[in-house]
Design a protein around this ligand. Sequence first.
Ligand SMILES: Cc1ncc(COP(=O)(O)OP(=O)(O)O)c(N)n1
Ligand SMILES: Cc1nc(C(=O)O)sc1CCOP(=O)(O)O
Length: 531
Amino acid sequence: MLQTSIDYSLYLVTGRELLPQGKDYLQSLEESLEGGVTVVQIREKKAETAEFLDIASKSKDICARYNVPLLINDRIDIALAVGADGVHIGQTDMPVSIARKLLPKDSIIGVSCNTIEELEMAIKDGADYVGIGAVYATQTKDLVKPLVGVRGVGSMLRLLDGTSIKAVAIGGINLKNVLRTLHGTVSETGHALDGIAVVSAIVTSINPRQAAADLAEIIREFKKGPSLTRGLSISTNGYTVDTIINSITTLMKSIRILNPLIHQITNNVVTTQSANVTIALGASPIMATTADEMSDLAEICGALLVNIGTLTPPAYAGMLKAGFHVNALKKPVVFDPVGVGATEFRKKVVKDLLDKWQATVIKGNAGELAALVGSNEVASKGVDTAGEGFKDPVLFVKTLARRERCIIVLTGKTDYISDGHTCAILNNGHQFLGEITGSGCATGSCIASYCAVASLLARADRKMGAIPGQLVEGDMFVAAIAGLLVFNVAAEFAAVRGDVKGPGTFFPALVDELASLTPEKVVRRVKIQIV
Ligand SMILES: Cc1ncc(COP(=O)(O)OP(=O)(O)O)c(N)n1
Ligand SMILES: Cc1nc(C(=O)O)sc1CCOP(=O)(O)O
């Protein structure tokens, strides 16, 4: 089999000990191949040599019928004996150079990598592909190394730019997280995984044909998606101020018709305010935090907002679960890492959340976003930014959007929103917004509300930007702009009302203005620039 013709999309690592009771191993393997497995690795950790040989030989015959390459885990002798297409070797197994000498020319050699250093070595040693993991926790194997995490895989994939080395991710990948894994592991440079390696997601199934087919379909759709180097843009012709305003008008009209449910796990300073803002927009809030109800809420909500402002252990547990379930249902997740720079605990929590699920939009002020990326260009003071902002905010948001594979919203006197390709610069708002608590948090509610509408519209009419292989359907860039713009324009109207005497009377007026805001009023005041 030619190395270049190998399709790594759905890579099955066998695990006979995990088969459902009564399921025959060879039958399960054949059904997996029928379902769409594209590479098979025989992994036998307990079998004696004779048994391993027998299993490998029979597996080889089946794979040959499906023209699927067969690799052997660790054992070069077994690979040679059965004429396998290659081997997969770990960090403590035989070195690549020796395996290469022992195996026939053109054999495939894959190497396990858990760190950048291991990957650099595998590149130097001439591996044909790498298995990066473990991405998530797994029941299949006792892990001795730390989890790589989705974002960790993305930073490793960058190193493969300009090489012909293929990459699969392994460890805890299943039907619920496969799309999120593919999406979140794309590097800042647009380097994506070539495939996903699984054991239990197929082997434990009573119907491995269906399990493989379901995974294969998601991988296929993802690979058909838009050019990854374009960030998350769904507009193929580029955005203009006019197209953005038209889309915002549609979102503003639709929200009052669709009345989406916005699940918000937010902080206890702003819960009531955020709920009232959500209602004023035409959406419906539910402010639930208990982990046990997250799966049910994911089914019924239009979008999720996660705000870590006053984090408690139960809310943290709820956030972990909520994002996972919402991702699995391809709905938007808006993340507000409030005060992430303030404590080491918050930094750890934010990293953990972003490794467990994929944010659709991350919103923060300069201090928060600087802390998120570990930059000391901008300092924070509690939940606020201290001093000047970024020297080049446009470049910052574009780069961060690519790295985090989401829309980035950088708030401040001027707001910057980017999908990694385009940046919108907004100059609406009023100084009173900085004089009340929770205006940033309420902006998160607005963004989540319009993300929900954009996603619902896309699902209802696939012509409106829905692409099945995308983690979230609909134009989240425009939805994020809508959330900011509506809130900030309403603030401008509220601030000049005769009944507003200062920040205290401003907030109720703001809610009134939001409730009566029309697209025409927004169009009249919008100050937006696209770069
Ligand atoms: C595709 C793929 N990636 C990683 C591994 C792990 O291999 P290894 O490090 O040799 O560990 P064991 O499989 O021997 O437990 C793999 N098998 N396949
Ligand atoms: C065989 C293996 N290697 C891993 C690594 O991290 O190198 S994780 C793993 C097990 C993957 O099984 P499942 O898909 O059931 O989680």
